[in-house]
Design a protein around this ligand. Structure first.
Ligand code: AMP
Ligand code: GLY
Length: 427
C-alpha cells in the first residue's frame, strides 16, 4: 500500500517509524514532514490545512491509506474530504473530532452520559461568565471552547485573575474564535495521566498510559509548552484504575459518540486526573499525543497499518494489541527560550548515533535539511526516546542519549520521569 502521513512533528515521525515496519506499507509519503521523516518518506511541502492540495497530492501519488496526525486538520474535516474523494483515511470525521474541537461539546457529552469529569458551566456571554465567577470557589479553571494550540486553559487562583481571564478569552479574543464560547470548570487535584486508545466506532482498545511534562522548566515551573518529555507506562495508572476507566470512561465515551450519531474512528487520547474520588476526564484529544506517541508507539508490537485499517473497517474487536513488557522515556531537546523567543537555523550533529535495534530513537520535530546539513527549525527540535527494561533504566538511557546530540542553544528539562522515583525500584 502507498501510505500518506499528514503532519510534520515528532508525533508524525513516530508514526512514520511505525509505518516503516509494517508489512503492508510499500511507499510512504508525508505532508509536510521534516528532515527526520524525510529519511523514511517522500515529503511534500504542503501545509496540513490545505485540504484541496492534500487530496490532489494523494490522488497523484495513488495513495491507498492516509493517516492524519494533528488536531487542526481532523477538527477541520480533512478525513471527510479524503473520503469524499474515495481515499481511505485513519482519524475521526469532523462530526466526531468535535470531541477535541469543542470543550463545551465534550463536557455536555460527559454530563449527559454520566462520564466522570469536573463540574462546569458553559458561557457564550462574557457578562454572564463574570457574574458566575461571584458564585465560584477558587482556584478555578477557564477554558476557551475551541482549539488554541494547547494554550486555551487558564488556572486562576482568585476572582481578579479569573475576571481578567474571562476578558482575555471572550472579549480580547486572545485565542481567536476559540474564545467565542468558554467553559468554567472546577479545579481538580491529583496526578495526571494520558491514556492512548484505538477506536473503531464501537470497540475501544487501550494502547498504553503515559505521562507528559507540559511546563518548560524543571519542577513544573515556567510556561506551558507542547510537551517537554514523557514516560510510558505510568506506574500510577494501575490495573485497577485501568479496569475502572474502561468500564466508566472509555467504553461509555465511544457508546455516547455512537448514540449521538458521531461514530468515533481513530485514536482517543484521554487526559485523566486521578483524583481522590477516582479518575476523571480532564480533556479528550482526537489523535495521538505529542510527545506521548514517541514513547507509546516504539513499544507497540502490532503492525500499525493492520490496527488502523481495523479501526476504519470496524473490526478492531478481532485485533489483540500487544506491547513490549518494558518502558520508554522521551526527553525533548528544545531551543533555549522556547516557548517564547529562540533562534533557529543551528547545525545539529550526532544524529547518526541512534540505533533503533538497541532501543534508541531520535524523533525530529523542528528540523530542516539544508545544504550545510540538518538544522534546527523550531522550538521543540528533537524527541530523544530510549527504551529500558524498566522506567529507571529507560530514563537513564534517554538522558545518556541526549548527550550524543549537539546544537547551539540546546535545552532540555533535567527531571523528565522524576515522579517515578516515588516507586523505588520498579520490577
Ligand atoms: P487541557 O488542555 O484541558 O488538558 O488542559 C491543560 C492542562 O490544564 C491539563 O493538562 C491540566 O494540567 C490543567 N487542567 C485542565 N483542567 C483542569 C481542571 N479541571 N483542574 C485542574 N487542572 C486542570
Ligand atoms: N502532549 C499533549 C498533547 O499532545 O496534547
Amino acid at each position: 500500500m502507498n501510505i500518506l502521513i499528514v503532519g510534520g512533528g515528532g508525533r508524525e515521525h513516530a508514526i512514520a517509524d511505525a509505518v516503516k515496519k509494517s508489512e503492508k506499507a510499500d511507499k510512504i509519503y508525508c505532508c509536510p514532514g521534516n528532515a527526520g521523516i524525510a529519511e523514511i518518506a517522500e515529503c511534500a511541502d504542503i501545509p496540513v490545512m490545505e485540504f484541496g492540495r492534500i487530496v490532489k497530492y494523494a490522488k497523484e501519488k495513488e495513495i491507498d491509506f492516509v493517516i492524519v496526525g494533528p488536531d487542526d486538520p481532523l477538527v477541520g474535516g480533512l478525513v471527510d474530504e479524503l473520503e469524499a474523494a474515495g481515499i481511505r483515511a485513519f482519524g475521526p470525521r469532523k462530526n466526531a473530532a468535535i470531541l477535541e474541537g469543542s470543550k463545551a461539546f465534550s463536557k455536555d457529552l460527559m454530563k449527559k452520559y454520566n462520564i466522570p469529569t469536573a463540574e462546569y458551566a458553559v458561557f457564550t456571554d462574557a457578562a454572564e461568565a463574570l457574574a458566575y465567577l461571584d458564585t465560584c470557589k477558587f482556584p478555578i479553571v477557564l477554558k476557551a471552547d475551541g482549539l488554541a494550540l494547547g494554550k486555551g486553559v487558564l488556572i486562576c487562583q482568585d476572582r481578579d485573575e479569573a475576571r481578567n481571564g474571562v476578558k482575555e478569552i471572550m472579549l480580547d479574543k486572545k485565542f481567536g474564535t476559540a474564545g467565542n464560547k468558554m467553559v468554567i470548570e472546577e479545579f481538580m487535584t491529583g496526578r495526571e495521566v494520558s491514556v492512548l486508545t484505538f477506536c473503531d466506532g464501537k470497540t475501544i482498545k487501550v494502547m498504553s498510559s503515559a505521562q507528559d511534562h507540559k511546563r518548560a522548566g524543571d519542577g513544573d515551573t515556567g510556561l506551558n509548552t507542547g510537551g517537554m518529555g514523557t514516560f510510558s507506562p505510568s506506574p500510577f495508572y494501575t490495573k485497577k484504575i485501568n479496569d475502572f476507566c474502561k468500564k466508566n470512561i472509555f467504553q461509555p465515551t465511544v457508546d455516547a459518540m455512537k448514540a449521538e450519531g458521531r461514530e468515533f474512528k481513530g485514536v482517543i487520547f484521554f487526559g485523566l486526573m486521578l483524583t481522590e474520588d477516582g479518575p476523571k476526564v480532564l480533556e479528550y484529544n482526537a489523535r495521538f499525543g505529542d510527545p506521548e506517541a514517541q514513547v507509546v508507539l516504539p513499544r507497540m508490537k502490532n503492525d500499525i497499518i493492520e490496527v488502523m485499517e481495523a479501526c476504519v473497517d470496524g473490526s478492531l474487536s478481532k485485533i489483540k494489541l500487544e506491547f513490549e513488557d518494558n518502558a520508554a522515556v522521551c526527553v525533548v531537546l528544545a531551543s533555549d527560550g522556547y516557548p517564547v523567543r529562540y533562534t533557529k537555523g543551528h547545525l545539529i550533529s550526532g544524529l547518526e548515533k541512534f540505533t533503533e535495534e538497541d532501543g534508541y530513537y531520535c524523533f525530529h520535530a523542528g528540523t530542516k535539511k539544508t545544504s550545510k546539513g540538518i538544522v534546527t527549525n523550531g522550538g521543540r527540535v528533537l524527541g530523544i526516546t530510549a527504551k529500558g527494561e524498566n522506567l529507571h533504566k529507560a530514563r537513564a538511557n534517554a538522558y545518556e542519549a541526549t548527550t550524543w546530540v549537539s546544537f547551539e542553544n540546546k535545552y532540555c528539562r533535567k527531571d523528565i520521569g522524576k515522579a517515578i522515583d516515588e516507586f523505588g525500584e520498579i520490577r
